[in-house]
Design a protein around this ligand. Structure first.
Ligand SMILES: [Zn+2]
Length: 141
């Protein structure tokens, strides 16, 4: 069976709609209502505000930090996400571009440093989405 690119694209766009965990993970929005960002500053590259989060969602009043030091657990996720970025850097630089092993190593380290803010936020988003799920009735009118 031939895979239709348009079909895959449409499926992916459907997954990025509110109501899907992937939406909350990729946008950093409230895991329960998907209405607003959990972070005070939308741009992860403003390093001073990288991990500053709202305490509660202003739409559904979900408390993000479920328990003290809740987001320490995101370090476990961060390891996996970091490996994924490192493997991607390896594949692109060693297998596709064809650089030497030393240059590939440099590319991996540079990738991990350059994407560090994104990796940290993605890890937090994945971590909190492991514990909460979307609730269409979370926002009371
Ligand atoms: Zn919310």
């Amino acid at each position: 069976m031939k895979i239709n690119k348009l079909y895959l694209c449409t499926k992916f766009m459907q997954m990025l709609k509110k109501g899907n965990k992937l939406y909350s993970i990729l946008t950093g929005s409230c895991p329960k209502c998907h209405q607003e960002s959990m972070y005070l500053d939308q741009n992860p590259y403003h390093l001073g505000n990288l991990l500053k989060m709202n305490e509660r969602c202003s739409h559904c009043s979900t408390k993000y930090k479920i328990e003290p030091s809740f987001f320490y657990g995101a370090m476990y996720v961060s390891y996996g996400v970091g490996i994924a970025f490192a493997v991607a850097a390896f594949v692109i630089s060693f297998l596709i571009v064809g650089t030497t092993l030393v240059n590939t190593f440099i590319a991996i380290v540079a990738t991990l440093i350059a994407f560090m803010p994104i990796i940290m936020r993605l890890s937090r988003n994945i971590w909190i989405n492991l514990f909460m799920k979307y609730d269409p009735h979370a926002v009371k009118n």
